[in-house]
Design a protein around this ligand. Structure first.
Ligand SMILES: Nc1ncnc2c1ncn2[C@@H]1O[C@H](COP(=O)(O)OP(=O)(O)O)[C@@H](O)[C@H]1O
Ligand SMILES: [Mg+2]
Length: 376
């Protein structure tokens, strides 16, 4: 056993950040890939960079790995500035989609590879390879070459190889991108289990919101080379900082809105100068001087018969209209209501909620606490 190589996290004081990224800028021949990126990751944390294609996620990971050097800014890991440290001395494990396994080596040999490079004593290396094979559940397939393994098994070898030499930090760039949905979910859970068991501080990249939410302690939402929001999946979903984040982390209804004031927690919001209701003003709206929108998640929209009262007293009548689309989704039904003031509103209905069919007239609305006013 090579216990002295266990990752550093436990020795880092609680609350201190293990990875410190300060004001990173990066340009590729005039294209800005990263703009003032600062981020703190705590020891043992699993943090996911989530954003659309081209938002700078891979650039940030490549800079952390030392494969690309940033135009400006600094990075430190475990209190040590590594901005100018070469990649092989950073003690970082990598799993990239295009960072292939060695095709002529078996699973065990691939996992052993980092120890050959480091000249780990034979006995220690063998013990560690056995331990890692066990951890990624490949003991029975140890002697197979990559072409004798499925895509999912190959990525487990890649994860095994990345953690084999007990890196300080593990970086994964869309490692499940090439796999089908079920396998992605299953392997995602396995990666998280391995991460928990090893305690290795991990930065994970994906453009898939569901993957980010199910795996991460915290999510970093990126767009155009900038960090737009950092928070737990719950925070980012329920209190998105702007309309980009609201849209990117799930379905949402968004309307341009005016408010009576940006100060208090609850405000009167008006859509299209006529639809008035109580809404919640977030901190981001308070700080912003620009245009505002109101965001309401479809599962927070209620519909009812136009001649009746709302299903619960807290629910405000916002408008009435007609159902123009009704789509069965399995565990719910997505309904689009067309109305004079709001245009199209999407509602998610559960368990026989009615009205729900195309052509039916409905009133609809929501609770004040589920209508969030945010910068556009
Ligand atoms: N090697 C490169 N040369 C030039 N431009 C690049 C290079 N790599 C990335 N870019 C550009 O930098 C921006 C961010 O890219 P990237 O970090 O790959 O984003 P993501 O991983 O989120 O898709 C994009 O505009 C992309 O076109
Ligand atoms: Mg990328």
């Amino acid at each position: 056993m090579i216990t002295e190589q266990k990752p550093a996290p436990a020795t880092t004081p609680v609350g201190e950040s293990f990875i410190e990224i300060r004001d990173l800028h990066h340009e590729y021949a005039g294209i800005t890939a990263l703009d003032s990126v600062s981020l703190d990751v705590r020891a043992g944390e699993f943090v996911t960079l989530l954003g659309p294609s081209g938002s700078g996620k891979s650039s940030l990971l490549h800079i952390l790995a030392g494969l690309v050097s940033a135009t400006s800014g600094t990075i430190s890991i475990a209190g040590r500035d590594i901005t100018r440290v070469p990649p092989q001395k950073r003690e970082i494990g990598l799993v990239f989609q295009n960072y292939a396994l060695f095709p002529h080596l078996t699973a065990a040999e691939n996992i052993r590879f980092p120890h050959n490079v480091r000249k780990t004593p034979e006995r220690d290396a063998s013990a560690r390879v056995a331990e890692v094979l066990e951890l990624v559940e490949l003991t029975a397939l140890a002697d197979r070459r990559p072409d004798q393994l499925s895509g999912g098994q190959q990525q487990r070898v890649a994860v095994g190889r990345a953690i084999s030499a007990v890196p300080k930090v593990l970086l994964l760039d869309e490692p499940l991108g090439a796999l089908d949905r079920r396998l992605r979910q299953q392997l995602g859970h396995e990666i998280r289990r391995v991460q928990r068991e090893t305690g290795i501080t991990t930065l994970y990249v994906t453009h898939d919101q569901e993957e980010a939410f199910t795996m991460s302690d915290r999510v970093v939402v990126m767009n155009h080379g900038e960090i737009r929001q950092v928070g737990t999946p719950e925070e980012v979903y329920a209190r998105p900082s702007d309309s980009f984040v609201a849209n990117f982390v799930g379905e949402v209804n968004l309307w341009p809105v005016t408010v009576d004031n940006r100060e208090s927690g609850t405000t009167i919001a008006t859509i299209a100068e006529t639809a008035r209701f109580s809404a919640r003003c977030g901190d981001d709206a308070r700080r912003s001087a620009g245009a505002l929108v109101v965001a309401v998640r479809p599962e927070r929209v209620w519909v009812w018969r136009p001649d009746g009262p709302p299903p619960r007293p807290e629910i405000q009548l916002v408008d009435s209209g007609v159902i123009v689309e009704s789509t069965f989704l399995g565990n719910s039904r997505s309904v689009v209501v067309e109305s004079g003031r709001l245009g199209r509103t999407t509602a998610l209905l559960y368990d026989g909620e009615e009205p729900r069919d195309r052509g039916e007239n409905v009133s609809f609305g929501w609770e004040a606490r589920h209508a969030l006013v945010i910068p556009q």
